[in-house]
Write a protein that binds this ligand. Structure first.
Ligand SMILES: [Zn+2]
Length: 179
């Protein structure tokens, strides 16, 4: 490819169906593609995403470095989130009809904003949410609480989200833009 800014590293995966492009924190491009995808096809795909790549690079350049596990910064952000959750958790358990508040663990998570283990009645939240604003934290909390009722992303799950947090899609879009 002539354009250096569109240079990428590629991994081929047998069980993948589509070409997936990621912009890493340092701005470099990483592509994964189904085994056997011709180089020219991948070049075309990456070239077609030029504007998206530029937007992602601009967005990641503005982000502060990731919070490191066990750092003073981590403890500070975890305390901030715990303080926010002291209000949000009882409010949302009440609204959704969660009888007993789940255990919360605030952690460094590399790929997700949160997760829910319904069987253990436990929710994990990514400490990075401390820097994404209270609307984002509330959205992820409600999402994970909804998983106590629906362990998938099926129609019942989305119906619950729509009923209780009607602007959740906009909140998710804002959070994704900040990723
Ligand atoms: Zn989910």
């Amino acid at each position: 490819m002539n354009d250096d800014t569109l240079a990428y590293a590629v991994t081929f995966r047998r069980r993948q169906r589509n070409i997936i492009l990621r912009v890493q924190g340092d701005g470099t491009l990483v592509v994964s593609a189904p085994t056997g995808t011709p180089q020219v096809r991948i070049d075309e795909f990456v070239a077609s995403k030029t504007r998206w790549i530029a937007r992602r690079r601009a967005a990641t350049a503005e982000l502060p470095p990731r919070i490191e596990r066990d750092s003073a910064q981590f403890e500070r952000h975890r305390a901030e989130m715990q303080a926010a959750l002291a209000d949000l958790m009882p409010l949302w358990c009440e609204r959704l009809g969660v009888a007993k508040e789940p255990r919360i663990s605030i952690k460094v998570m590399s790929t997700r904003w949160g997760s829910c283990n319904a069987r253990l009645h436990k929710i994990n939240l990514n400490v990075e949410l401390a820097r994404r604003g209270s609307e984002a934290l509330e959205y992820v909390l409600v999402h994970e609480l909804a998983h106590l009722f629906h362990q998938n992303h099926g129609p019942g799950f989305y119906a619950l989200m729509d009923e209780h947090l009607p602007d959740w899609r906009a909140r998710r879009a804002r959070l994704r833009a900040l990723q």
